[in-house]
Design a protein around this ligand. Structure first.
Ligand code: CTP
Ligand code: MG
Length: 184
């Protein structure tokens, strides 16, 4: 039971960390270079290249550390798979996470929401959805084996609830550090 709840947290860490890391790395030119589309910014000032690249790199770094530390203990790195697969999954989760976040911002701007305005669920889950989608495209069997089959989905749901709480906490911290204009 403990393993079912902990495995998705372990596996999704490279998807979770980039979102928080982007808050720290953010700054510099926005990804849309200030361009607008249909009266609203394409993505807005909350999506910067530094945030995207820094976030994705930190996610890959965290995943690489997970692979390295689990290597002597577990041949499949507690679910990531053999080293080659594991690295590919880690990259897909990290880059997918930051891409999902960008897509979320794109959707928010199309809905007329300003940078930082609340979009419940979209704000909390755009990056998780992006990460899962990238991993699914890369290796659908990996998603099924580790996050769906044999009660693994219970852990995935536990993880999704946890993400909501972590997202809230991190954004409040980002706000206090002056990295975010609003605490959500
Ligand atoms: N950030 C960044 N580049 C990214 C993603 C995030 O620089 N690709 C930084 C920005 O400083 C951003 C902060 O991380 O304000 C928090 O990200 P998020 O909450 O997703 O952005 P919001 O400011 O809420 O903007 P949006 O409404 O576009 O989601
Ligand atoms: Mg966001």
């Amino acid at each position: 039971m403990i393993a079912i709840l902990l495995t998705p947290i372990w596996l999704m860490l490279p998807a979770l960390v980039p979102n928080s890391a982007a808050v720290i790395f953010g700054g510099g030119p926005p990804m849309d270079f200030g361009r607008s589309w249909r009266g609203n910014r394409l993505l807005g000032d909350g999506k910067t290249w530094r945030g995207f690249i820094g976030g994705a790199l930190i996610g890959v770094l965290v995943g690489a550390i997970e692979i390295a530390v689990s290597d002597p203990l577990s041949e499949d790195h507690f679910g990531f798979g053999p080293t080659g697969t594991a690295l590919a999954i880690v990259i897909a989760l990290s880059v997918g996470s930051m891409s999902g976040d960008v897509l979320g911002a794109f959707v928010k701007r199309r809905l007329g929401l300003e940078r930082g305005q609340k979009a419940p669920f979209l704000d909390q889950y755009d990056f998780v959805a992006g990460a899962l989608l990238f991993a699914l495209v890369l290796d659908s069997g990996w998603i099924a084996d580790n996050l769906i089959d044999d009660n693994a989905w219970v852990g995935l749901i536990f993880f999704l609830v946890l993400v909501y709480l972590i997202h809230r906490a991190v954004n409040i911290i980002g706000y206090k550090l002056g990295k975010k204009d609003v605490p959500w």
